[in-house]
Design a protein around this ligand. Structure first.
Ligand code: G3H
Ligand code: 13P
Ligand code: ZN
Length: 316
């Protein structure tokens, strides 16, 4: 069942965070649904601009609709990840997405407000909710490239003004993370002081943490042992998720870790069976491993075991 992120956040706020997982293909989708049902968790499917054009947005939509039919107990939101204004309108008008992210964080403050407000007005007119972003993460996003040196944490006073002026439904804040597999090159970590100050100014308002992959070191070691070259890869300690959730972080974005599972499974499968050229044996392993990965993440997020309570809330 497709719901808005707003409904999911209402249940989660202050207690746990909802996992927001990016998908690009059929195998990821199968693993995602199975993993969330196995762990009884509500979830958010994230679709980036790159994912929409990898095969085609229509193909991705059809895969998700198929999964919704196949797994009728699943409760999830369909969300555009890091959208520009044009892509937001495309998703809002598609009738399929329940949530969009407008990422105008590379623009000056006033321009970010102006663009975000336009998207909020268009989305709300159709019952769709909007995530916006303020501050700059390190790493590379879809259409925004920011060097680690320029990474800029969200200013709490600006966050308060931004939310009041735009009417957005949730806010992605830069609190020390970056996208990809190489986070925290220096002595960085999560800035809980910044999250706490934003929560104080915006009590009850859902915050979003991007760049939250943990980049497990055993996964990196297995990839490297099977021919990969990911030396120095490092991520966020998943043990910090619950603390962030208590401070109002209700959505935690994870993509890179899923790619690492895919990479490890396929590297090891072809290394261990060099005569194989059938895509299905590694595909089957991947779907199973990806489901287990999702279920484990949901334990860290605290979303595991919440599905029945969310269903009851939706019925009430
Ligand atoms: O934040 C970006 C996500 O990891 C999506 O990545 O734009 O390569 O699909 P992508
Ligand atoms: P990671 O690269 O840490 O998985 O972050 C993903 C993300 O923020 C998607 O919007
Ligand atoms: Zn992101």
């Amino acid at each position: 069942m497709i719901v808005t992120t707003k409904e999911l956040f209402k249940h989660a706020y202050g207690k746990y965070a909802i996992g927001a997982y990016n998908i690009n293909n059929l195998e990821q989708t199968m693993g995602l649904f199975r993993g969330n049902l196995d762990s009884k968790a509500p979830f958010i499917i994230q679709i980036s601009k790159g994912a929409r054009s990898y095969t085609d947005k229509i193909m991705l939509e059809a895969i998700i609709r198929g999964a919704d039919q196949l797994f009728p107990d699943a409760v999830f939101a369909v969300h555009l990840d890091h959208g520009d204004e044009e892509t937001c309108y495309d998703c809002i008008n598609s009738g399929f997405y329940s949530s969009v992210m407008i990422d105008a964080s590379a623009e000056p403050f006033a321009k970010n407000i102006e663009i975000t407000k336009r998207v909020v007005d268009a989305a709300h007119a159709k019952g769709i909710v909007v995530e916006a972003e303020l501050g700059k993460l390190g790493g590379v996003e879809e259409h925004v490239s920011v060097s680690e040196a320029d990474a800029k944490l969200t200013n709490p006073a600006e966050a308060e003004e931004f939310v009041k002026k735009t009417g957005c439904d949730s806010l992605a804040c830069a609190i020390g993370t970056s996208h990809g597999a190489f986070k925290f090159s220096g002595s960085q970590g999560l800035h809980f002081d910044v999250i706490a100050e934003i929560q104080k100014r915006l009590p009850g308002f859902p915050l979003v943490m991007h760049g939250s992959s943990s980049v497990p070191q055993d996964e990196v070691a297995r990839i490297n042992a099977a021919g990969g070259d990911l030396k120095g890869a490092k991520g966020v300690d998943a043990g910090q998720f619950r603390k962030a959730a208590e401070l109002g972080v209700t959505k935690i974005n994870i993509d890179t870790d899923g790619r690492l599972v895919w990479c490890r499974v396929h590297r090891e499968a072809f290394r261990d069976d060099p005569k194989n050229f059938d895509l299905r044996p590694p595909g089957k392993i991947f779907m199973k491993e990806y489901a287990a990965f999702i279920a484990q993440k949901n334990e860290y997020l605290g979303s595991a075991g919440q599905l029945d309570a969310v269903r009851r809330m939706l019925k009430a």
